[in-house]
Each structure stands twice: as C-alpha cells, then as structure tokens.
Design a protein around this ligand. Structure first.
Ligand code: RB5
Length: 151
C-alpha cells in the first residue's frame, strides 16, 4: 500500500525524521510537503491530503502539524475521512481495529521520533477488525450521507 504524507511547518521536522525510517521499513509513500520550515496554513495541507484519500487515490495517509490537532480537525471535515490523532501505540492499534481510521495525525511538537515511528508502524500494519465495529463506522458514514442530503 502506497500512502500519502504531509505536514505544516510545525510538523516538518518530525516528517523529515520519520520518512527515512518508514522507507527503511519498506513503505512507499508520496510526500506532498511542506518542504521547508516556512510558515504554511495547516488546513490547506490537511484538506488536500484528505481529499486525495476520500477520492480513492490513496487508501491511507499521515498528516503532521505542531500538535496534530489542527490537521485532524480540518481533515475530518472531508466526507469519508476518519482521521485519528495518536500519541501512543495502543491508540494507533485501536483506531485501526475499531474506527478503520484512514488518516493518522501526529503532533510534531508533542511526540518524539521513536514514538512517532512506533505509532506509524503499528497504525500501518493493523487491520480493521470489522464486526460490531463495522456497524458503528457505518453509522458515521450514514450520518455524513444524510447530512449531505438533508443538511
Ligand atoms: C502552527 O504554528 C500550529 O498552529 C500548527 O502546527 C498546529 O499545531 C495546529 O493545530
């Protein structure tokens, strides 16, 4: 699975540190920036990435800002996106198993590289558990559809 990765300036250092580790683990990804520490607006990158996942171009992605909060709020406005901000390995595992999260948000100013690497590795390798969790995720999808239809 090739995934998409991006960040704002607050997530730049963590993205730069994380990418070689992920490459070494054999992952393929497209880095959509940002490419410097120049200040950019996190909604721009988060929404652009979310749209490319929602369209089906990518199955999953990783998005990083200073806290991980801004990018997760923005990405979750895009229909079909289940973006989870994770700061620990168990959350990374459970958000894949229970929520079928398709986007992982990380806080570049909050967690260290080793933690981020373990979170990303866990999140990328854990499968959705389905079953009762599928029913619950379907309720989110149904709500999105109803909201679009009924306002
Ligand atoms: C940028 O300074 C910062 O606000 C951003 O990276 C992120 O933490 C927003 O939630």
């Amino acid at each position: 699975m090739k995934f998409i990765i991006g960040c704002d300036h607050g997530g730049f250092d963590l993205k730069q540190a994380l990418m070689p580790c992920l490459k070494e683990l054999g992952y393929e990804f497209e880095d959509v920036g940002c490419y410097t520490t120049d200040s950019v607006d996190y909604p721009d990158i988060a929404i652009a990435i979310a749209k490319r996942i929602a369209s089906g171009e990518f199955e999953r992605g990783i998005v990083i800002c200073g806290t991980g909060i801004g990018v997760s709020i923005a990405a979750n406005k895009v229909k079909g996106i289940r973006c989870s901000l994770c700061g620990d390995i168990l959350s990374a595992k459970l958000t894949r198993e229970h929520n079928n999260a398709n986007l992982l948000a990380l806080g570049g100013r909050i967690i260290g590289v080793e933690t981020a690497k373990a979170i990303a590795q866990t999140w990328l390798t854990t499968e959705f558990a389905g079953g009762r969790h599928e029913r619950r995720v379907n309720k989110i999808t149904q709500y999105e559809t109803e909201e679009e239809t009924n306002g």
